[in-house]
Design a protein around this ligand. Sequence first.
Ligand code: CP
Ligand code: NVA
Length: 300
Amino acid sequence: MAKHFIDLDDHSFKELQGIIDNAIALKKSHQSGEINESLKNKTLAMIFDKPSTRTRVSFEAGMTQLGGHSLFLSDKDIQIGRGEPITDSAIVIGSMVDAVMLRVSSHEDILTFSKHANTPVINALSDQSHPCQMLADLMTYQEHRGSIKGKKVVWIGDGNNVCQTYMQAAEIFSFELIISTPKGYEAAQDFVDKYQNNISYSLNPVEACKGADLVVTDVWASMGMESEQKARELAFKDFQVNLQMMSVADEGALFMHCLPAHRGEEVSAEVIDGKQSVIWDEAENRLHAQKALLLYLINS
Ligand code: CP
Ligand code: NVA
């Protein structure tokens, strides 16, 4: 049975920490110019039905750096987009490549694909979760501040796919997570019911940020929700991460955002471009974290 990476909590703390530690090592060896061809002759298929900058570039560059190859397959170019069943596509594509990465709207489709593909399947963002982003965020925190265990992490804004992945991570990595979302924009009820350890909720985002070690946010309208933009701007207007929020956080607090960001909406320019922001390391670490992930899935 192939090993997949679809939800963070399919993996133990030890396995995930191992991927992060290896990512930090791979980053150093790449920066020192070492050649690593551990995935020579291996192919990664990358299926997208949504846009992407970081995910596409990091997986593609990562495969190149490891001596392998990647295939960019937009749903407009492959038969899935014309109605070929996901199960048939999984059997065929899985029989030809060494791993498949999917960014498709439906989490269920990724699970279905994984059940029929005889090769590792990676969730590269679904309507439910974004586990690859979480690897990069945890790696970034570790690089800057050491272990995240026991730290106070505050999520401000939409209870979306990235927020839900933080809920899974809080339990596995033993950090405290305070989620501050406007009424009506909470994480899905099954996540709220399932993930309760270390998680609390606040309707007051400034109060939530008090003493925070890490403040995280994301766009108010995720991909596919563009028609709700105006309504969301109203609902989220008090949930912009700004200097007032960061001023009540711990002095050493970091700010993260998975990007793409909208300055002046979910975060002020002063915060995202300020000293506490580690967004560029966070984005770059997608590359290193996913190289470690590919090695873990394909080579182990
Ligand atoms: N953070 C992230 O997944 O970015 P992209 O949508 O650009 O891939
Ligand atoms: N929540 C965002 C994340 C983008 C990387 C979205 O789903 O569009």
